[in-house]
Design a protein around this ligand. Structure first.
Ligand SMILES: NC(=O)c1ccc[n+]([C@@H]2O[C@H](COP(=O)([O-])OP(=O)(O)OC[C@H]3O[C@@H](n4cnc5c(N)ncnc54)[C@H](OP(=O)(O)O)[C@@H]3O)[C@@H](O)[C@H]2O)c1
Length: 292
């Protein structure tokens, strides 16, 4: 796809991966629509986008709300008349055991991570169909392909994203509209500390060394964690999927596709690989909870 003068919408453009996706769009001369709640951050990203050769529009919106999603798409279409790439990137995690997860946290995980993608995509599709062109990209996670403890609401929401885009692809066969799900593992962004209910980044930080000791003591496997990636590295892989018009599930981190395949063929074998880490996380969580 020729990106120059294309219209690229990026949700979650105020931080992390969304910033890098926006900068890359700018380098290609795109008209970049930057969406998030923090206006000061978006204005700063907009300045950089302009410096890099793109055109920036800032839309301050909470994508967990239906009408806000429609406003994002409607105002973009009324200004430009097209959307070439829709990056459904806005997302947030949580940290709580299932029995400690408040209903509002559960709903919040689905609103921001799943509902937003449905509302934005459904509103953008009619015009994409009319033009027979466009690319819908949804950022899921490896948490959308296999389980992780202490954030079941997020894991369930990211699984829903994988299913939604898979179903959408079956409705787009024979068209020139692409739909891609991205399944990253760890990316160095604010995500791990912005999780609702407490920082899951701090939890992993405490549990990983503990799990290595446990693995040695109990003869368990050491969890096959992939190297944390920068947002720029991840963005480059995602843009490559857009450039090649890839309608697929894309695994950005080494070894994660194989773990996803294993989880569908033999979920117990996949879970065994992480057992020491999951025990360490549960122990750390219980200690934190009882010290409160
Ligand atoms: N970092 C990781 O390790 C990792 C791994 C796998 C998948 N992911 C996924 O990758 C995507 C990007 O995350 P990131 O790592 O770049 O995290 P991040 O640095 O925390 O950025 C999250 C972005 O989402 C936006 N956002 C959150 N809630 C929103 C809402 N209600 N309305 C509008 N925007 C909202 C935030 O902007 P405002 O707060 O300004 O609204 C921010 O721009 C997410 O979908 C995340 O789940 C991340």
């Amino acid at each position: 796809m020729t990106i120059s003068s294309s219209v690229v919408v990026v949700t979650g453009a105020s931080s992390g991966l969304g910033v890098e996706l926006s900068y890359e769009a700018a380098r290609r001369g795109a008209r970049v629509v930057l969406v998030a709640r923090r206006s000061d951050r978006l204005e700063e990203v907009a300045r950089q986008v302009t410096e890099l050769g793109g055109t920036a529009d800032v839309i301050v919106a909470d994508v967990s709300l239906e009408q806000e999603c429609y406003r994002v798409i409607d105002s973009t279409l009324s200004k430009y008349g097209q959307i070439d790439v829709l990056f459904n990137n806005a997302g947030r995690g949580n940290m709580a055991r299932v029995e400690d997860t408040p209903t509002e946290q559960w709903r919040s995980m689905f609103a921001v991570n799943v509902d937003s993608i449905f509302w934005l995509t459904a509103r953008a599709l009619p015009l994409m169909r009319a033009r027979n062109a466009g690319h819908i990209v949804a950022i899921s996670s490896v948490a959308g392909r296999y389980g992780h403890p202490l954030n079941a609401a997020y894991v369930a929401a990211k699984h829903a994203v994988v299913g939604f885009i898979a179903a959408l692809r079956t409705e787009l066969v024979g068209t020139n509209i692409h739909a891609t799900t991205i399944c990253p593992a760890g990316i160095i962004t604010e995500w791990a500390d912005a999780t609702e209910g407490g920082s899951i980044g701090t939890m992993y930080g405490a549990a990983i060394p503990r799990s290595r000791v446990l693995a040695r003591e109990q003869g368990l496997q050491t969890a096959p964690l992939s190297r944390m990636m920068t947002a720029k590295e991840c963005s480059d892989i995602i843009w490559n999927a857009v450039d090649t018009g890839r309608s697929d599930d894309v695994y950005t981190h080494n070894g994660t596709r194989e773990l996803a395949v294993l989880s569908t063929q033999d979920r117990c074998a996949q879970e065994d690989k992480f057992e020491a880490l999951w025990i360490a996380m549960n122990q750390t969580y219980e200690e934190q909870r009882s010290s409160k």
